[in-house]
Structures are given as structure tokens and as C-alpha cells.
Design a binder for this molecule. Structure first.
Ligand SMILES: *Cc1c(COP(=O)(O)O)cnc(C)c1O
Length: 298
């Protein structure tokens, strides 16, 4: 937990907002992906499966975490990556290969089938015995792992009742919502454009969890900044200013958009007089290497 400094960022003070710094955990895979994968690693151990398969792009935080945790916990890992073989040499995939992940290129047509059951069955047969983990660690096992984030909030959240989290698949949000009671309110910031089925997906995940007494929640769709992994000038300017003033690195795909949304809320005076707002820094900092303007070229 870390309180933000009162010095203004782009003209607005963010005082009263605290960060849960999952990006700073000392383990191999900082951020939220470790929590999501925990559920799947447990499942693989129960099934006695030694090989883990999953999907992602060349900058995937998920595959990066899977490669690191898999190596540490004695699993063989296979990353099924969108793109042609010659495109697959990002720093992310370089790390993954160093940890022993086998990188397999899927062309765009194949990659589009990643949630198709028949295609998944073919892959499972081809790499048998293995556990196929959905892209991003989405799904019920991922949600179960993320309930641990809620436990941390209850224990170390300094009484914060208003929780903010960036949303991709909604798995992390569902875990946090499921793990808190209705004295908490969880606001998700959608990082993809037009992901209007997110509410249904989060509701379905909460159903699967059988979470009855859970936090109130809603999703704000206004801060995608042009789409998934896209950056617009206001996000770029905000992130550079935020990092200079607060000394906290953000990633442009998720946490930058979450903080931009909070900044807008502070500008509108929405947080005045509230309980402390707690924003979850979900990590993703390895992906900064893909953005030269952040000054961290690999
Ligand atoms: C994957 C990711 C998210 C989104 O998590 P979901 O559970 O898919 O909603 C948020 N922040 C970071 C840094 C991520 O890597």
C-alpha cells in the first residue's frame, strides 16, 4: 500500500488515492497474472499434468508470467503466439524463451480460433498430456486465484471501501468483487474498446463462483484511449507527468488507463469526502519495453 503524493499531476491533486502495488511483489512474476495462474497451476498439479499451454501476443504479460512461474515450479510451457515466426522476437518472448518456454507461431486465422472448442481439443491432443490455459488466464480458475487480492485489500487496505482495477477479460475484477462484501464498491476501467459484453462476463464468473454476498461493482468504458494497447496523446502526456511527480511507473495498456480515469474523476471532484480510494496496480511493467517514448528501450 502506498498513498499518492499531494503534488498535482497534470493540474490535479490525486491525494486520497492509495495504490496496492502488486507490481512491486518480489516474486518472479509481479502483477495480477500470478494470481490468475495460481488457480491453473493448482489444477495442473492435481491432474498430474506437467505441460502448460496458453495463448497471447508478442508482448503478453500473461505468457511472460506463465513462462517464469512454469520454470520455477517445474512445468514445461508452450506459448501459442499470434504472428509469423519472424515477428516473434520481442523482449517479452526473449525472456519467455530464456525461461524455457517453447514459442509456437499461430497465424491470424488460427489465433482467431483460440476460444473455439474444436481447435482447443486439437491442440490438447497434439500436446497431450497438457493443460490448456485460456488466453490471459481468464475463467473460473483464474477468478479463484484473484480472491487472494481481495484478502490483501481487507487486511492491508487501510479502510478503503472504493476499489479501482483495470479490466481486460474481467477475471481479476471478478475475483476482487467475489472476495469482498457489499460494504465495498469496485470500479473497473475497461482497457479495450467496445467490450460491451464485459458486464455479462463478470456476472457469469461471479455466478460460477457462487459468490452471493459480494462487492457492488460497475465498469467504466470511457478510457480505452483508442483501443487495446493503443495510446493517445492525453494518455501519453498524463503518464509521463504522473511518473515524474509520483515516481511510480505505469504500463500504457492497463494501469495508465486506470490512473487516467481516476485523474478525470479527481478533476470532477468525485473523490472528495470519500473513504480512501484504493487503486490496484496490476503490474504489466515488462510491456513498457514496447513503447520507446517511455524511455526504456530494450
Ligand atoms: C492482464 C492484465 C490486466 C487485466 O486483467 P483481467 O483479469 O484480464 O481483466 C490488468 N492489468 C495488467 C497489468 C494486466 O497484465
Amino acid at each position: 500500500m502506498q498513498g499518492l503524493r499531494p503534488e498535482p499531476v497534470s493540474g490535479v491533486s490525486l491525494e486520497g488515492i492509495s495504490l496496492l502495488r502488486l507490481d512491486q511483489s518480489a516474486d518472479l512474476a509481479p502483477g495480477n497474472k500470478r494470481y490468475k495462474l495460481e488457480g491453473y497451476l493448482t489444477q495442473a498439479r492435481h491432474q498430474g499434468v506437467k505441460r502448460l499451454l496458453s495463448f497471447g501476443g508478442a508482448w503478453s504479460n500473461h505468457l511472460h508470467a506463465l513462462a517464469a512461474l512454469g520454470a520455477d515450479q517445474g512445468f514445461e510451457t508452450v506459448g501459442l503466439v499470434r504472428g509469423e515466426a519472424h515477428e516473434l522476437n520481442s523482449p517479452t518472448l526473449r525472456d519467455a524463451r530464456e525461461w524455457g518456454m517453447r514459442i509456437v507461431a499461430l497465424d491470424r486465422t488460427q489465433f482467431r480460433l483460440r476460444n473455439d472448442l474444436l481447435f482447443q481439443q486439437q491442440l490438447v491432443t497434439q500436446y497431450s498430456p497438457c493443460l490448456l490455459i485460456p488466453e490471459g488466464g481468464a475463467g473460473a480458475a483464474g477468478v479463484r486465484g484473484c480472491v487472494a487480492i481481495a484478502d490483501t485489500i481487507r487486511r492491508h487496505g487501510r479502510g478503503a471501501r472504493h476499489i479501482v482495477v483495470p479490466v481486460g477479460t474481467g477475471t481479476t475484477m471478478a475475483g476482487v468483487v467475489a472476495g469482498l462484501d457489499d460494504t465495498f464498491e469496485v470500479l473497473g476501467i475497461a482497457c479495450m474498446k467496445g467490450a460491451l459484453d464485459l458486464e455479462d462476463r463478470v456476472a457469469a464468473l461471479l455466478d460460477v463462483m457462487g459468490a452471493r454476498d459480494h462487492a457492488r461493482w460497475r465498469i467504466d468504458h470511457r478510457y480505452h484511449c483508442g483501443g487495446f494497447a493503443r495510446v493517445n496523446p492525453s494518455l501519453r502526456a498524463f503518464m509521463l507527468d504522473f511518473e515524474a511527480v509520483q515516481g511510480v511507473p505505469l504500463d500504457p495498456v492497463y494501469t495508465g488507463k486506470m490512473m487516467l480515469a481516476l485523474h478525470a474523476a479527481c478533476k470532477d471532484g468525485e473523490h472528495r469526502g470519500r473513504f480512501t480510494t484504493l487503486a490496484i496496480h496490476t503490474g504489466g511493467l515488462q510491456g513498457r519495453r514496447g513503447y520507446e517514448w517511455l524511455g526504456c528501450r530494450d
